[in-house]
Design a protein around this ligand. Structure first.
Ligand SMILES: NC(=O)c1ccc[n+]([C@@H]2O[C@H](COP(=O)([O-])OP(=O)(O)OC[C@H]3O[C@@H](n4cnc5c(N)ncnc54)[C@H](OP(=O)(O)O)[C@@H]3O)[C@@H](O)[C@H]2O)c1
Length: 206
């Protein structure tokens, strides 16, 4: 069974852990401070490097500004050939989009770990809706972007298992569009006071 390490024990890490946990016990948290991390009962928390070494798939559920430090803490070599799911939204300290047009947070992560198979996903979903991938009975659209076809299919399948409706959003470069979508979601949820029980649905003929 695929071993999944979630780096970051915050809201997103916890929600994705709950989603994965429904179908697999091969999931662990990687934390900067495993002994102090506040995590769900029954979860296993180990150090960043141990988690990255153990896993086949690594979820980066940390703040954008911390990604480089966390990757270095986990050891760049431990990411080699691994599927790395980037859920981050590239937001600066002013709460604005930190990157755009000619690059994205996901592409910058791929540059840091060129041998990893980076996939952008989950960033357009509020943490609250990540455990089931649904709001009421509506399966939320999970936009998944990567240059690695097999890695993308694997993450789409993971999303389907959680309860999302995955959509192939193209190459990793599409993160340039998905990250502003994440920002739009935040603005709708908080700026426009719609709350976090909202999400994106792509409608087609199927
Ligand atoms: N919240 C949402 O609804 C949502 C939705 C989509 C995407 N995102 C994105 O997902 C990522 C995680 O968001 P979150 O809401 O889970 O954040 P969070 O609750 O603040 O948790 C972030 C986790 O990252 C780890 N971390 C590592 N280095 C850190 C540092 N320098 N400062 C703070 N935390 C650090 C911490 O875990 P340890 O202490 O155990 O290492 C922390 O618990 C962000 O990039 C965010 O933009 C969030």
């Amino acid at each position: 069974m695929t071993k999944i390490a979630i780096l970051g024990t915050g809201r997103v890490g916890t929600a994705i852990w709950k989603g994965i946990k429904k179908g697999s016990d091969q999931v662990k948290f990687g934390s900067r401070n495993p002994s102090q991390a506040k995590v769900e009962k029954g979860s296993e928390v180990i150090g960043l490097d141990e988690a990255a070494k153990w896993a086949d798939v690594i979820v980066l559920a940390v703040p954008h500004k911390a990604t480089e430090k966390v990757i270095k803490g986990a050891g760049e070599a431990n990411f080699k050939n691994k599927v790395v799911i980037d859920v981050t939204n590239a937001i600066n300290d002013r709460g604005e989009l930190a990157l755009g047009y000619s690059t994205s947070g996901a592409e910058e992560i791929q540059k840091l770990i060129p041998n990893a198979r980076v996939v952008k996903a989950f960033n357009t979903v509020f943490a609250e809706n990540m455990e089931n991938g649904k709001i009421n009975k509506n399966a939320l659209t999970l936009f998944v972007a990567s240059d690695d076809k097999k890695a993308k299919e694997m993450v789409m399948e993971l999303g389907r298992t959680i309860g999302f409706r995955p959509v192939d959003a193209g190459p990793l470069k599409s993160a340039r569009y998905l990250e502003p979508m994440g920002m739009l979601l935040i603005n709708l949820g908080y700026g426009s006071s719609l709350g976090t029980k909202i999400g994106f649905l792509l409608v087609d003929e199927k």
